[in-house]
Design a binder for this molecule. Structure first.
Ligand SMILES: Nc1ncnc2c1ncn2[C@@H]1O[C@H](COP(=O)(O)OP(=O)(O)O)[C@@H](O)[C@H]1O
Ligand SMILES: [Mg+2]
Length: 248
């Protein structure tokens, strides 16, 4: 569903690669967690996958389409919720959603059915006529999520989706991600919250300093590190060598 081959990015003026020769495959129907500490390169990777940032090297294939050769074809398969949704403050929620619906060519009846479903789930129905600038951060995130799912994207990508959400909203986000794969789609999301990954993901990849340092199911990762029974947090700290953490 998503394939990265040797993807590399260095920001202008930087002395090291933000993303360094990344190989990764996200399989159809799975929830894949992209884990790593702050500054590891998660957002940079996601921005390249969704076409917001050009890779220096490497190849990205989305749902069988090469992002460089067929950017529109690749992007049609993607729904994306960024870490800081930057929505149009002077549109109402409904105007924003209709704009997204038009861009992705979602017909009226389908649009209404999906909007009814998500807006009710997110308790946004009564706010949808208000200007986005009046929304709380959580409401904006839920609006962005609704917009990203409006065309039922085969590949749903979220960057740090749980940050800043109250427990109830976080629960709804998890439920929506699960429902989306249950309907035959794929989810790829980044997080530094280990519990979320451990509970939700079929497989995880751990990135550190731009490089993928581990990838697999939790069981596979535990076995590979010879730490059967160890929890994800310990494994994560060992692999990313957080520095200064001394166990003895
Ligand atoms: N726009 C930018 N310009 C220069 N350096 C950047 C920019 N965005 C991120 N970086 C750097 O690239 C590295 C990876 O950042 P990022 O992809 O945001 O990591 P993460 O999302 O895992 O926290 C960090 O060292 C960060 O400082
Ligand atoms: Mg980030």
């Amino acid at each position: 569903m998503l394939k990265l081959e040797g993807v590399t990015k260095r920001y202008k003026g930087a002395s090291v690669n933000a993303v360094d020769n990344l190989h990764l495959e996200v399989r159809p129907g799975e929830i894949f967690g992209f884990l790593g500490p702050n500054g590891a390169g998660k957002t940079t990777t996601i921005k390249m996958v969704v076409g917001l940032l050009a890779a220096d090297r490497g190849k990205i294939v989305v749902n069988g389409r090469d992002l460089a050769a067929d950017p529109l074809g690749a992007k049609r398969s993607i729904g994306f919720v960024p870490d800081n949704p930057n929505l149009y403050p002077r549109l109402t929620g409904l105007e924003y959603l209709n704009l997204i619906g038009d861009v992705y060519g979602v017909d009226g009846a389908t649009r209404k059915r999906r909007l009814d479903y998500y807006l009710q789930m997110f308790e946004l129905t009564s706010a949808v006529g208000d200007l986005i600038q009046s929304y709380s951060r959580g409401m904006q995130q839920k609006l962005a999520l609704t917009g990203a799912l409006l065309h039922q994207p085969p590949l749903f990508i979220l960057d740090e989706p749980m940050v800043g959400l109250d427990p109830r909203s976080a629960h709804l986000f998890k439920r929506v991600m699960q429902e989306h794969v249950n309907q035959g789609n794929t989810v790829f999301f980044s997080t530094h919250i280990l519990e979320v990954a451990e509970n939700l993901c079929h497989r995880v990849g751990i990135i550190n300093k731009g490089q993928l340092i581990a990838c697999g199911t939790m069981d596979e990762l535990r076995q590979a590190s010879g730490q059967a029974g160890s929890n994800l947090e310990k494994l994560f700290l060992e692999l990313t060598d957080a520095g200064g953490i001394d166990e003895d």
